[in-house]
Design a protein around this ligand. Structure first.
Ligand SMILES: Cc1cc2nc3c(=O)[nH]c(=O)nc-3n(C[C@H](O)[C@H](O)[C@H](O)COP(=O)(O)OP(=O)(O)OC[C@H]3O[C@@H](n4cnc5c(N)ncnc54)[C@H](O)[C@@H]3O)c2cc1C
Length: 451
């Protein structure tokens, strides 16, 4: 007999549960009129576990958690987590304005463990158009249908092609540093890339936790080993008002801006730079000869080969045009992450990508696609080109999730729109039109805000 099993129907189906879809799941949780289901391939919440080095710190304020910037009263805030664990006072005394990535991962795990909508060990394998919605099939078995799909499966570690071919336990991406655990003691190690991940790997090598290498060569194509620009006016690029301004610009202008704003997202935390510098200084002065090190900037790795049991790295000097070959036992590529078209979306590729092979992303993070208009596909962490430098960053996680929730609901479930920024992106006077003129004749008293 041809028995038809009923397929569960949801308003929202999430593919992947990193911090971004976790934020969405947390904001959806109190909305009883929406049925949601989130599928995660792993067996529990993990946050970039392959590069969770001891001492790694969050690069943003802990207030940029799953919910606070959309709903400070949410149960799922970081502060509520601390209160729940009885750690509010000690956290503030210990850190004041910093937080370790390990503690933030514990917070994420605490939030994830309370969400009924989450299914672990479920890798989304296929999404296709079916009667009644988008049919989502998972490796964990079964299939559900959703009226809205939210892609939250993250970015993929990226390495140059010649390094990818040699990928294993001597050539690896920084994302697998703690899982591959290459043997480092007494070996010649090359680290490629001087963003936050490259710096974290180098700092960990210098700590000797996994054995002190014989030599370290740190290669960066940047002009130097450059700090994160975390200054207030640059941080206005991480304000919702800027996202909307950026969205309205031409594609060429957006591209240009992104390359000029890079250091606001990809630079290295200043405290980490200081720590590395100090460790190198101490190695040279207190333990001379213990480990050779060369820091090469304006140099680009252009080839990598196996050579008589060793690795030969070809390096281009961007200043002089010269080429040098550097021998190594281990090469760690901290060469970043890129958005890939998810395999599970292959059945819909032709309906989603435009003729240039790009996603067309609306302001509310939904895709323009060739499908029934009542079915929505939303993206998290795939809209840097249209929504700006904040897109892969945690800063706007709660705000973006709330915007997606509002769009799916078709109502203002979260009041998140319209907060003015300090920089006037559209050139308008930022004062509300009915604000009285301030008498500027009396000088303000120092330390007192005159608004
Ligand atoms: C090491 C590191 C540190 C960072 N630190 C900061 C920071 O301090 N501050 C900041 O603002 N930003 C930081 N970022 C940037 C950004 O916040 C993180 O990359 C963040 O984890 C992105 O979240 P995500 O949800 O998009 O993806 P991810 O965290 O990558 O999560 C994606 C999830 O989807 C799952 N998945 C993938 N495919 C499937 C599938 N087919 N089916 C089901 N599940 C699937 C994966 O298992 C994974 O759990 C950091 C990035 C890195 C790499």
């Amino acid at each position: 007999m041809n028995e038809r099993r009923s397929v569960e129907q949801f308003d929202v189906v999430g593919a992947g549960l990193g911090p971004f879809n976790l934020s969405l799941a947390a904001l959806l949780e109190p909305l009883s009129d929406l049925r949601a289901r989130f599928f995660e391939a792993r067996s529990s919440f993990q946050w970039h576990c392959g590069i969770m080095v001891p001492g790694a710190e969050l690069q943003v304020s802990f207030l940029k958690d799953l919910v606070t910037l959309a709903d400070p009263s949410s149960h799922f805030s970081f502060l509520n987590y601390l209160a729940h664990e009885g750690r509010l006072h000690r956290f503030l005394i210990a850190h004041a304005d910093r937080c370790s990535r390990q503690e933030f991962e514990l917070y994420y795990q605490w939030a994830a463990s309370q969400l009924e909508s989450v299914r672990w060990n479920h890798r989304v394998e296929r999404v296709e158009l079916a009667a009644g919605g988008l049919a989502v099939s998972c490796s964990g078995g079964g299939s559900v249908t959703g009226s809205n799909l939210v892609l939250g499966s993250g970015r993929e570690p990226w390495m140059p092609e010649f390094a990818t071919k040699l990928r294993g336990d001597t050539v690896l991406h920084a994302a697998e540093f703690r899982t591959v655990r290459p043997s480092l003691r007494g070996r010649d190690v090359v680290v490629v890339g001087a963003g936050q991940s490259g710096a974290e790997v180098v700092n960990n090598l210098l700590s000797g936790e996994l054995g002190l290498p014989r030599s370290l060569t740190w290669i960066s194509s940047r002009l130097g080993i450059l700090p994160l620009d975390d200054s207030p006016f640059s941080n206005e690029w991480f304000h919702p008002a800027y996202v909307d301004h950026f969205y309205g610009l031409s594609a060429e202008r957006r591209q240009e801006l992104l390359s000029r704003q890079r250091m606001a997202s990809d630079g290295v935390s200043e405290s980490l730079l200081r720590e590395i510098y100090r460790r190198l200084y101490e190695l040279d002065t207190l333990r001379p000869g213990r480990m050779r090190h060369r820091l090469l900037v304006c140099r680009r790795l252009i080839d990598l080969l196996h050579d008589h049991g060793r690795l030969a790295a070809t390096v281009h000097d961007e200043d002089t045009g010269g080429i040098e070959t550097c021998e190594a036992d281990v090469v760690i590529c901290a060469t970043g992450y890129r958005s890939q078209f998810p395999e599970y979306l292959e059945p819909l590729r032709g309906r989603i990508l435009d003729s240039d092979g790009a996603l067309r992303i609306r302001r509310d993070y939904s895709l323009e696609w060739d499908g029934p208009p009542e079915l929505g596909i939303y993206v998290q962490n795939a809209a840097e080109g249209t929504h700006g430098v904040a897109d892969p960053n945690l800063s706007l996680a709660a705000w973006r999730s709330a915007r997606i929730v509002n769009s799916i609901c078709g109502r203002t479930a979260y009041r998140i729109e319209g907060a003015p920024s300090t920089i006037s992106w559209d050139g308008a006077d930022p004062r509300p039109p009915d604000a009285p003129d301030q008498d500027l004749s009396t000088p303000p008293i120092a330390g007192v805000n005159v608004l």
